[in-house]
Design a protein around this ligand. Structure first.
Ligand SMILES: Cc1cc2nc3c(=O)[nH]c(=O)nc-3n(C[C@H](O)[C@H](O)[C@H](O)COP(=O)(O)O)c2cc1C
Length: 379
């Protein structure tokens, strides 16, 4: 039986991932904050976006090719930065980077990955976007930028929607500390999930290796403190201009849900804005990410580059986001469920499902390229 027959949907991969992951790793990946209503809203509001179909369009092959910030990508999607990817699945950062290179789609490495930029440099090709939480110390910041550049990252993503760690109640209940503190429960969970345990023995205990080069993270970090907490400041608007003068590549600012901020960022010189509510992990009191997108598009104008994420689960969702104003769409959890289910093959299957789903839906909608998606929206 082919992988596509055995795992034809994200839910199939997710079920297998849940079985293969120790409980704490599953909770880290799958949880949001508060009552997780925003995570639910992300799904509900995407489902409300519907399209008209068009028939008798003749022979053609839909094109998914997307140019974003001067680079041409084979598909309109890529991998969003996920902290501690290597704790979710051992070796995840390498698998994601290599998978992205094979497909010619972007890979954003998290500032709080389990690898350093140097460790991943040879797997990265030309696909590297480097995500930073704003370090307070300018020397640390400059050194991080230097190392990212030397490792081959060409695009910088500054995440600004974590001014403080959120409560992440499920992570608390799972007794997850970052870096993980070994408890008897954790040992038991590890022992009863042999594929994860063997992989972890191979790649080493998941640690914040990039951040650690600058800051000694104490073992007793609170269970919900974000892994980047110690290197993360709460900057003001001046921070962007400092960063602008220190990084000669493109800068994308991530975690924007307000038209006001998006416009201000455009005026402040950000090359693109990344519309995201961190998939409900930070603030349960906000709109779904997709609801915020049309007003942000209206505020920044038609030609300004926008990335979108939060809640994307399939190719149809990608078309929905593009129709509502996104130029590029990123996925965090989905690729990680896939890795946890089937390793590198899971990544390949997830990417195949996304591109196949985009293709088949484009045929139904009778569109040849992605920019036509908005023409089929039922308003
Ligand atoms: C487990 C996990 C860890 C994350 N870590 C980071 C991070 O280190 N930096 C960051 O900018 N965003 C982080 N995010 C947010 C993602 O980049 C992205 O915005 C979000 O996952 C997209 O929604 P989706 O998971 O529904 O696709 C994380 C998300 C998850 C699920």
């Amino acid at each position: 039986m082919s992988i596509d027959d055995k795992y034809p949907s994200l839910n199939d991969l997710k079920k297998r991932a849940k079985r293969r992951l120790p409980h704490f790793a599953w909770e880290y990946l799958d949880s949001a904050t508060g009552a997780e209503d925003q995570k639910t809203r992300n799904r509900i509001e995407l489902d409300k976006i519907l399209f008209e179909t068009r028939v008798l369009q003749g022979e053609y092959t839909p094109s998914q090719e997307t140019t974003f910030l001067g680079r041409s990508y084979t598909h309109p999607f890529g991998v969003a930065p996920v902290g501690m990817s290597g704790m979710i699945w051992p070796g995840a950062e390498y698998m994601l980077a290599q998978g992205c290179v094979k497909l010619n789609i972007p890979y954003s490495m998290s500032a709080v990955a389990t690898v350093t930029p140097e460790m991943i440099a040879s797997s990265l090709g030309d696909m590297g976007w480097m995500q930073l939480y704003p370090p307070t110390d300018p020397n640390i910041r400059r050194d991080m930028l230097r190392r990212a550049k030397n490792a081959g990252f060409h695009t910088l993503v500054l995440t600004v929607d974590v001014p403080a760690p959120s409560r992440r109640e499920r992570q608390r209940r799972a007794q997850l500390t970052i870096p993980p503190k070994i408890t008897p429960t954790m040992l038991w969970e590890t022992a009863t999930h042999p594929a994860w345990a063997i992989g972890t023995a191979r790649y080493g205990q998941p640690r914040l290796r990039f951040a650690e080069s600058y800051v000694k993270v104490k073992g007793n970090t609170s269970s919900t403190a974000h892994p980047g907490y110690i290197i993360r400041g709460r900057p003001n608007w001046d921070y962007l201009s400092e960063l602008r003068s220190e990084w000669d590549g493109h800068i994308i600012v991530k975690g924007i849900t307000s038209p006001h901020d998006a416009l201000k960022l455009k005026q402040a010189g950000a090359d693109a804005v990344w519309v995201s509510n961190h998939s409900g992990r930070q603030f349960d009191g906000g709109q779904s990410s997709i609801e915020t997108l049309p007003a942000i598009r209206a505020a920044v104008g038609d030609d300004y580059p926008l990335v979108f994420d939060s809640g994307i689960e399939g190719g149809l969702d990608i078309l929905r986001a593009i129709a509502m104003g996104a130029n590029f769409v990123m996925l965090g959890r989905a690729f990680h469920y896939a890795l946890a289910a089937l390793g590198q093959k899971g990544f390949d299957q997830m990417a195949f499902m996304l591109s196949d789903d985009i293709n088949t839906n484009m045929y139904q909608m009778g569109i040849k390229n992605l920019s036509q998606a908005s023409e089929r929206l039922i308003r």
